[in-house]
Write a protein that binds this ligand. Sequence first.
Ligand code: ATP
Ligand code: MG
Length: 779
Amino acid sequence: RTPSPEELLDGLNEPQRAAVVHAGSPLLVVAGAGSGKTRVLTRRIAWLISERKAHPGSILAITFTNKAAAEMRERVEDLVGRRARIMWVSTFHSACVRILRKEIDKFGYKSSFSIYDAADSKRLMTLVLRDLDLDPKRYQPRAVLNWVSTQKNELVDEEKATANAKNHLEETYAEAYTIYQRRLREANALDFDDLIMTTVHLLQAFPEVRETYRRRFRHVLVDEYQDTNHAQYALVRELCADEPGAETGGADRVEPSELMVVGDADQSIYAFRGANIRNILQFEEDFPNARSILLEQNYRSTQTILNAANSVISRNKGRKPKNLWSDAGDGDKITGYVADDEHDEARFVSEEIDKLTDAAKAKPGDVAVFYRTNAQSRVFEEVFIRVGMPYKVVGGVRFYERKEVRDALAYLRMLVNPADEISLRRILNVPKRGIGDRAEACVEALAQRERLTFWDALRRAEEAPGIASRSLNSIRAFVDMVDELQSMVDAGERADVVLEQVLARSGYLKELEDSDDPQDETRVENLAELVAVAREFADEPVSGPSVDPADTDAPPPGLGDFLERVALVADSDQIPDQPEGGDDNGVVTLMTLHTAKGLEFPVVFLTGLEDGVFPHMRSLGDQTELEEERRLAYVGLTRARERLYVSRAVVRSAWGAPAHNPASRFVDELPVDLVDWRRTEAAQTSWNRPVMPSLPQRNAGGVTRRFGTAAIRADSAAKAKGTREIPSLDPGDRVLHDSFGMGTVVSLDGAGDNAVASIDFGSEGVKRLLLRYAPVEKL
Ligand code: ATP
Ligand code: MG
């Protein structure tokens, strides 16, 4: 289907149209929140394709999350049809992985490299620091890794870092960096920051590779440009900047690709991860003859909400003032609430949501609750579970961070990439198979002496000095098992089948099933879920971000592709899809402010507005950090379309002890006439009165309260284990599942121990669960 140009420009204002049809020079769209930046970027892609200005395969669009990428792809497909499928829409990280899988052999890696996440990196750094004999109190893995990450974001490799070191501390860090990189390389692994840095280095080191990608991506479009770091900026430059005296020169030199970036300096909130606001502020210097377009009309929020947001952000120094306006009318005033404590705050939020839904002013799916740190979700969860409010937490302890899931993935990773020492050693003796620490140390000594990978040393374990013959037998059995599993992988077996075999042959599943620990039941369930994820992946039609449909010779997605998909899941990728009407009213979304970037909701609760909570304690004495917190507040406020609530608690428990925080300065920065305070501090018990209504109750809650829902659930799991009580369910019942969240029972089969329920978990899909094991609670 080819829409007319009018159709594609329909529903856009003048400057938006200008941005969509712009040609011939780099383009910057700077504009405040909700002014249609993302919409313009999406339309431009559709325009380029439908006006035949670009082949879909020659488009590279960068979004901040995989979910945003999927949405953008979908929207473009809606506009111009299925031919849009082959464009690259992805995060920086995913795009780099795709490039690296093809090209990284030029740097001596295998294309099956592993991607280490934060936990893997930390494990590796711990090994490195131990090898260097450094005092673990002075040199904490996390601190060293942060430093390394900063270097990588600045494209400073280990050699440069060593040369740059100005004092003993930096020299030590640089030494750790050097060894860390060496071990990554030996493990054929890259950490997260490497993905970008290595790609940039590759494009710089091999001009012909760079030309290939310049030729391939004639159009590069970047959303949320204010949050790019230096390495990402350099990547964009490699593709899009006109380098005078480019290495290849001559007639076959490829013109730089066309670039469009959109962003809002006021929404830069990732400085702590190396994002650099200068990238957007100096775009015109970086890309001479760039055009920039300003959008000023906001289409998301009421004027009240905008005025509030503008008033807060205007306190930041050295920003360009913006004149954002809306013709949506003033709308409702902002509702303010000062709670006794965090429980009272959560209760207020849930009661308000109830009122809105009762009055048909909103559905649960329209509502988002924001807070500054993940830990704040717990109290909301407790209250929401108690009152039966359907919700979903985005972020927090994630499925892929659970121990059993990580173990299973470690098995898979070392099958794909045997050099991956961290994964291999993670599962070497999991479940226990008689390869203890001593044997592991013997093998490591052999590996170091003979300069072998750990895996190759395992194969030659009989040469390891001092190894016990009993360990040797265990090692042989292990190597045989891995060999067999690897041959399945080599034969291109499906990810889910390999995973099932891993769990069975390793004895991992059996150990959990035989265990008396109630938590192990949940673990079995989580592994079943992982198998289901792998199955869905293997069943997917060949498409999606990790497969290049333009490569007709590309093999069907295999285990490696599955691992890649899993490695690149980000927090905000877990946001449930809003139901498309019908009788499903969706669920309330709980998330941190950082995760909320780019999203919008009809109703927003901005909670925990206390100095020391938000703005975060850390930022209170630091002007730069305080300004970043203020931008975060601006992001939060501008997510709201119609209704905005701000709340704070007079007393909040921090580390188990109640803290009395003053009102957030951001509350004071809201124009007084815009906020309707439902309850103020003066109206309630003063905090230092001897008896506080909610505290004794909280202490009486004991363990459950302290550990939150995890404890409530573990508790009920324990009860279920003791009595083997299978929840009696009927179709239509609402249930709560440990991993999938809220669900509705669709149907039931079987009875007693064999009872199976089909439960609809909304965006998680419909799951068939054996009730005997499933960690579900009837609500
Ligand atoms: P953010 O800074 O939060 O990322 P944004 O600038 O990317 O915001 P969009 O998300 O693209 O803004 O748009 C905000 C809302 O306004 C969306 O619901 C979008 O569909 C709508 N919108 C944008 N432009 C128009 C327009 N010209 N007419 C009607 N609605 C529009
Ligand atoms: Mg946007």
